[in-house]
Design a protein around this ligand. Sequence first.
Ligand code: ATP
Ligand code: MG
Length: 374
Amino acid sequence: MADATRDQVLEALARVTDPASGKSVTAAGMIQGLVIKGGNIGFSIEVAPERGPQSEPLRKACEAAVAALPGVLSVTAVLTAHREAPAPQAHGHGHGHGQGPQGQRGAPPKQGIAGVAAIIAVASGKGGVGKSTVAANLALALSRLGLKTGLMDADIYGPSVPRLFGITEKPATERNKLLPIEKFGIKTMSIGFLIEEDSPVIWRGPMVQSALMQLMNDVNWAPLDVLVVDMPPGTGDAQLAMAQQVPLKGAVIVSTPQDIALIDARKGIGMFEKTQVPVLGIVENMSVFVCPNCGHETHIFGQGGARAVAERQGIAFLGEIPLVPLIRETSDAGTPVVALDPEGREAQAFLQVAEKVAEKIAGPTRSAPRIVME
Ligand SMILES: Nc1ncnc2c1ncn2[C@@H]1O[C@H](COP(=O)(O)OP(=O)(O)OP(=O)(O)O)[C@@H](O)[C@H]1O
Ligand SMILES: [Mg+2]
């Protein structure tokens, strides 16, 4: 029988819930140092030091979940004490973080942005599900909750922020740094501010990475409580660069309710889990169609799909955004709905998501996660 693959093991572990966080052990970023040798599988489970003794049932549950996979001969899971540490200082010092030697190899150190407390990515497996719409309105909603907020457009192939915010001016520079453009109370930066619209740019892998790092590091973002990053579609170079090189506080996954989109959402979630970036939760966009004439609600793509996927994977469900012409019209007109009508029903849906996100990022910063390479 074929050996279990890394994906199968992580999938099995994604079904084990950590009682402390209520998330799956993979979503909570607790699985470290996964080693697969033939049918013999080993990994460590990071828990807070004080939880060590109570975590034996969790350890057993993880072992049992993996042992049930076809082709598995033995499973060894060990509990390791995990210490919270601020992200930028955490790299380079493996001791005390409960990581095996495998956890130290391969990954470049992650650099945070000085003065930016939390960076979160808004992502999805496929395009056109409303990442940019959600990222923009989420950033505006976080700002309305009182957080100093920035919005970085990481979609260097098809930037959206200039159109969404109606920004046509070029950013100024100050001492070799670009100044973000402030609009509706938040700081924004996009490659679209720098290059002409419709000018084709061909990005090769390393350029993608360095363009993104510049948008992070060569922009005067600070001080910010939260920087929301609008990710490009898919799971390519840009996603990997972000997940591997930026100490993301977490990822917000956007999905539409169609099954096919949900399969893609799972892909998006899997990628962040593999790179040990916590998934903060899933937002169901275009969830219900509200007729602009009569207010009648129609679930065009079915109801509850994203919530069901979230629950199955032990991932938080952050809320539903209705499919309404007003959301598209306001975006196209350069004033997202949360800025235009913050009291309206659509804005309230984004504010509810923002409240959940704000709650999740309020906790201490995780130690800089590492990619495990075998
Ligand atoms: N809830 C919604 N109601 C109505 N229209 C929406 C909603 N969400 C997004 N749209 C519209 O759907 C289109 C795609 O949205 P958006 O650009 O945000 O998706 P995306 O996932 O960022 O796409 P890409 O993958 O190309 O970056 C846009 O025209 C947007 O205005
Ligand atoms: Mg987009």
